[in-house]
Design a protein around this ligand. Structure first.
Ligand code: HEC
Ligand code: HEC
Length: 337
């Protein structure tokens, strides 16, 4: 057969529609996906937030699905086809410059999102996410409603938990700071409170802690730890002023375990995020030591009870005295016995 222009054009149109019908039209007619057990429809406000998500190119940086091998935000649940019923267009996304958002709902309270959308550097000092302040307060509220919906019925439970603890926190926060801090500490499990920081507070450790503080904490707690970072004006309760903790050492000695627990777990209901997924154990202890030394003026690093030092740790002297002046200097011999 001779290749005439007409045959080439008709042939390519036929090939196009053949593949369209196999790959797009037939699946659309025959594939009926049932809603998954966590699915629920969007409210009108969430729907508008979703439109803003589509229009503003959020999916260039954020995905909307979690795979078996994932380990980060929302990895407790693998995404399923039934999660996407009634959602169009599906913006799965192929890039994760930022975290996957399919289980974002209830990860943070609304005040965190307001500070973050206004300027992501408020809450996350080294974020590359653009500011969305130009959208205005109304659109930021809708975007927040949509991200709080992400995860559907699972997210609703988390959002409810945030509300519950915010209410509880605001009860004492409204009175005076000391009773609020006492309440915060009473919520920390008993075993964590009389636990000293097991890492020494040497120059290298403190320098590491400082770097972590600057990359993760400074936007809220501020450069001098007084809780007046650039996010503070958006948040209620405001970030804690660490100098207050001078008055709240456990048994007049311990602060390390308490700080560790709060940093690891965050304080649900407040903007204080958990760091157990983003910082490994040594980094949490190091930033706790940095806080203690720089802002509280006292560290319980490695005081009794101690165990066997990790093999790489250099011999050191505890330079930080207990507030009662009794001295907690480490008097081990050259091999650390
Ligand atoms: C240039 C890439 C980029 C774009 C575009 C972008 N983000 Fe982000 N986003 C990030 C990065 C990186 C992070 C992690 C650091 C941080 O918290 O800001 C992040 C974090 C987030 C978080 C917090 C996740 C958490 O719990 O830690 C939310 C919610 C979010 N983005 C929503 C959005 C929405 C909604 C849009 C569109 C309006 C958007 N992002 C656009 C890069 C981006
Ligand atoms: C998005 C803001 C935000 C960021 C980021 C943040 N915090 Fe907080 N943090 C808070 C708020 C708000 C509170 C106080 C909650 C309250 O008073 O109920 C708090 C409380 C705390 C407490 C509780 C102290 C106590 O005695 O119970 C510790 C410790 C703490 N933050 C350490 C950190 C560290 C370390 C980082 C960085 C790794 C950090 N925070 C990052 C907002 C933040």
């Amino acid at each position: 057969m001779k290749m005439t222009p007409a045959i080439v054009i008709i042939g390519s149109i036929m090939a196009f529609w053949a593949s369209m019908s196999v790959m797009v039209i037939m699946p659309a007619i025959t594939l009926k996906v049932e809603p998954s057990e966590i699915w629920r429809p969007m409210t009108a406000e969430e729907q508008e937030g979703y439109r803003l998500y589509v229009r503003n190119g959020c999916s260039y940086c954020h995905s909307q699905f979690i795979r078996v091998m994932d380990w980060d935000l929302g990895a407790e649940r693998i995404a399923q086809a039934g999660d996407y019923v009634d959602r169009g267009p599906d913006l799965m996304g192929s890039k994760r410059t930022g975290p996957d958002l399919s289980q974002e709902g209830g990860e943070h309270p609304d005040d965190w999102h307001l500070a973050h959308f206004t300027n992501p550097r408020n809450t996350s000092p080294i974020s590359v996410m653009p500011s969305f302040a130009f959208l205005g307060a109304d659109s930021i509220r809708k975007l927040t409603a949509f991200v709080q919906f992400e995860g559907m019925l699972m997210a609703d439970q988390r959002v409810e938990r945030q509300r519950h603890w915010k209410e509880a926190a605001l009860q004492t926060y409204g009175k005076d700071l000391d009773s609020h801090v006492q309440w915060l500490h009473a919520m920390v499990p008993e075993v964590w409170r009389p636990m000293p920081n097991p890492y020494p507070a040497l120059e290298a450790d403190l320098a590491r802690g400082r770097k972590i503080y600057q990359q993760f904490c400074i936007g809220c707690h501020g450069p001098v730890g007084d809780g007046r970072g650039q996010a503070a004006g958006f948040l209620n309760p405001m970030p804690l002023n660490f100098t207050v903790l001078r008055r709240h050492l456990v048994d007049n000695r311990y602060i390390g375990g308490l700080l560790y627990y709060q940093i690891m777990n965050g304080i649900t209901g407040t903007a204080m995020p958990y760091f157990k997924k983003s910082l490994e154990s040594e980094k949490i202890w190091d930033v706790a030591n940095y806080l203690a030394v720089s802002f509280i003026g006292y560290s319980d690093a490695n005081i009794e009870p101690t165990g066997i030092d990790a093999s790489y740790e250099p011999r050191w002297q505890n330079r930080f005295q207990a507030p009662d002046g009794q001295g907690l200097s480490d008097e081990r011999d050259s091999v650390g016995r």
